[in-house]
Write a protein that binds this ligand. Sequence first.
Ligand code: FAD
Length: 136
Amino acid sequence: MELKSLTYTSWARPRISDGDIEAILRSSHTNNPLEGIGGVLIFNGGAFMQVLEGSEKAVDDMAERLRADKRHSNFFIRDERLISERAFPDWSMAYLRLKDDEFVGEDRVQRALARAVPDATRNIIRALTQSLPVAR
Ligand code: FAD
């Protein structure tokens, strides 16, 4: 089966809470295995970057659903391509924080991120962090 990888960034709704992030991850852990989707969600306190992997249809349908979610805005696709194997086969949705310019979270997830997303794309979340009024 052809697989697709899609990476987007978005701005979190102002005053988004840890509870909101937990709810997003709960939905991901429930829904993604049913849709054959995996990937990683990165949050820097104000912006998201998410990598979605799965069948082309599942990823495109999920991207449309995410675009409509009011917990974020400015949904912007940064990278999309067909891939031959998943970088995140073990995660329905892994999670990393970006803090003080460092990705914080499981080492295995960080290595998978480095494999899955080109440096230039990965650095967009760093650039978004620098443009936050106050990094959390
Ligand atoms: P529920 O979680 O029960 O939600 C029902 C509806 O209410 C949806 O339309 C939802 O958008 C909305 N909603 C729920 N809670 C809130 C809230 N606190 N504020 C505003 N609206 C709310 N979903 C996945 O399945 N997989 C993912 O990988 C994934 N990644 C996400 C990444 C980001 C950055 C965001 C913001 C959301 C993500 N979501 C993800 C959530 C997704 O947009 C849908 O909310 C979710 O898939 C719907 O899940 P559900 O059918 O279980 O409905």
